[in-house]
Design a protein around this ligand. Structure first.
Ligand code: GLN
Length: 485
């Protein structure tokens, strides 16, 4: 099997090569370990060798021998798990996350653990304590975040596919920036056990892949009820391989009120063209209203930090990772947290603690919860009329490293289109819709198209995405060599 054939194969195609005997599982693993070993994107924080890649991996299974990369937010027994934080720099978990156990049970070796924004807080990967991951399309630009390392290694040909997590857009936005597919499933469809918590009412595991078929294959393996996570319910009937070619009888709602200012011209152009392709395939386009979605970022940046401030209180120098000083108990807490957390994590902890403090609780946290309920109701109403809601994935294409680091508010605007679905708990996918130059000039870069569906309608979402992917015919091969030096 030639190297270029192995590189060009997505997860499904790699599984087919192994099944037909055209490539052996050993050959496939060696190829990808070597690719991962020449990572020029700072995409991996830890890389496996042959033996560690296979540890605990089933010998056969539906996807046996197709390796994958795992975001460094998933606990992996015996393998460092840092969440890209100094706080957990030396942490080696004594157990494995359920999602990781599921891919291992399906026969998939682990190539390595991918870079991310610290504790999944960020939209550019620049909040990693170990330096940013780079966009394979242009090394001067960010891959998005927080699952930026996962997106970069898949798009840059350093892994066939990867796992990420999405709290407010962290799978979809980097997938959009890197020209790949990213799916955030319905809250509760995949177990969160062993996934380092950021905002527990929003966090969801999901796949970052080169194709919609791959997203479906991985989701089918990942989904399911887990007695270690009482919020996990799985997806009834599992997920079948998508095969739809047309969109007849399906209506796609466009929230025009949300798609206004601050959106790059090229992003808007690819979005409008994609709507025309939907119509060509027999789908109907309708304008809809999501009257409260414009408040989603404000609500999210109260709720997610509030939950984070609670979740991150466990990093106190006593039980996990870093212990900075132990002169007396209070100074140990303080110095550990001062040294262990980066600036964005500290900002979130302070925001969240303030929002939850007595006297302000109702003004901030309570109000944000009420906005969240309104947004849930907005989607419920919209899905009475349409099958899907569509938007650009992000207002811009991948921005330059450093462009937004001094301005957290500008960074948060990156999540304009992804956060409403997170607050509503519904599934949403980003698929590549073509290339565009940033406003103000620059290279051609990928543009993501987001499709959201009602809770647990993943099968319908993947079928429609598959049909549309075929019509768009995006070619991401230009980035595949961008991953190696
Ligand atoms: N960019 C968002 C944030 O910083 C989303 C992150 C995520 O989904 N984990 O909170």
């Amino acid at each position: 099997m030639s190297r270029s054939e192995l590189l060009a194969a997505d997860g499904a195609a790699t599984a087919a090569l192994i099944a037909s005997g055209e490539a052996s599982a050993n050959e496939v693993l060696d190829f990808w370990l070597e690719r991962a070993g020449s990572d020029a994107l700072n995409g991996y924080l830890w890389r496996a060798d042959r033996e560690s890649a296979r540890r605990g991996v089933a010998a056969d299974g539906p996807l046996a021998g197709v390796p994958l990369a795992i975001k460094d937010i998933f606990c992996t027994e015996g393998v460092p798990t840092t969440a890209a934080s100094r706080m957990l720099e030396t942490y080696v978990p004594p157990y494995t996350a359920t999602a990781v156990g599921r891919v291992a049970g399906a026969g998939m070796p682990m190539l390595g653990k991918t870079n991310m924004d610290e504790f999944a807080m960020g939209s550019s990967n620049e909040n990693s304590a170990f330096g940013p991951s780079l966009n394979p399309w242009d090394h001067e630009r960010v891959p998005g975040g927080s699952s930026g390392g996962s997106a970069a290694v898949v798009a840059g040909g350093l892994a066939p596919w990867a796992l990420g997590t999405d709290t407010g857009g962290s799978i979809r936005q980097p997938a959009g920036f890197c020209g790949i597919v990213g799916l955030k499933p319905t809250y509760g469809s995949i177990s969160r056990f062993g996934m380092i918590a950021f905002a527990s009412s929003l966090d969801q595991c999901g796949p970052l892949t080169r194709s919609v078929t791959d997203a479906a294959l991985l989701l089918d393996v990942l989904q399911g009820r887990d007695r270690m996570d009482s919020t996990s319910v799985g997806i009834e009937g599992g997920i079948a391989r998508p095969s739809a070619e047309r969109l007849d009888g399906l209506t796609f709602g466009v929230p025009r009120g949300l798609i206004g200012e601050g959106i790059e011209g090229g992003v808007l152009a690819r979005f409008e063209e994609t709507l025309l392709k939907i119509a060509d395939l027999g789908g109907t386009i309708a304008d809809i209203e999501l009257p409260h979605a414009g408040h989603a970022i404000s609500a999210y940046y109260v709720l997610a930090p509030a939950e984070a401030s609670t979740n991150l209180s466990r990093y106190d120098g006593v039980r996990y990772g870093l212990r900075a000083s132990d002169e007396d108990l209070l100074s140990m807490y303080e110095v550990t947290r001062e040294e262990g957390f980066g600036p964005e994590v500290k900002r979130r902890i302070m925001l969240g603690t303030y929002a939850l403090s007595s006297g302000y609780y109702d003004a901030y946290y309570g109000r944000a919860q009420r906005v969240r309920t309104r947004i849930v109701e907005d989607f419920d109403r919209a899905f009475g009329d349409v099958d899907f809601v569509v938007t650009p994935t992000s207002p811009t294409v991948a921005f330059r490293l450093g462009e937004k680091t001094e301005d957290p508010w500008a960074m948060y605007q990156s999540d304009l289109f992804t956060v409403p679905m997170s607050l509503a708990g519904i599934p949403a996918i980003s698929i590549p819709a073509g290339l565009a130059r940033p406003d103000g000039g620059g290279p051609e870069l990928p543009v993501g198209f987001q499709i959201a569906a009602p809770a647990f309608a993943e099968q319908r979402l993947l079928d429609a995405s598959f049909a549309l992917e075929g019509a768009i015919g995006f070619d991401g091969t230009a980035a595949l060599e961008g991953g190696v030096a």
